[in-house]
Design a protein around this ligand. Structure first.
Ligand code: FES
Length: 81
């Protein structure tokens, strides 16, 4: 089961965390990955100063601009399943 977390702290919220969450949820739905991905939101990952929304995928911290969420999911997230 792949752990996938999106930060919903203030800074990431402003940078579009809500859109990233919506996109990831949609992709999990579309690709029927509920049994392969444990998707949760998380509190501040202490990476607020960096650009993009903080995402942790399989324990690895990444930064995802909201407009690249779909591409990130298709490459990085799918690549780790
Ligand atoms: S608010 Fe997301 S890393 Fe701090």
């Amino acid at each position: 089961m792949l752990e996938l977390n999106v930060c919903i702290g203030t800074s990431c919220h402003i940078k579009g965390a809500y859109n990233v969450i919506q996109t990831f949820q949609q992709m999990i739905e579309e690709k029927k990955l509920h049994d392969k991905i444990n998707f949760k939101s998380s509190f501040c990952m202490k990476e607020c100063a960096k650009p993009g929304v903080s995402v942790s995928v399989g324990g690895e911290k990444r930064r995802v601009p909201a407009e690249e969420a779909r591409e990130f999911f298709n490459t990085v997230v799918i690549g780790k399943i």
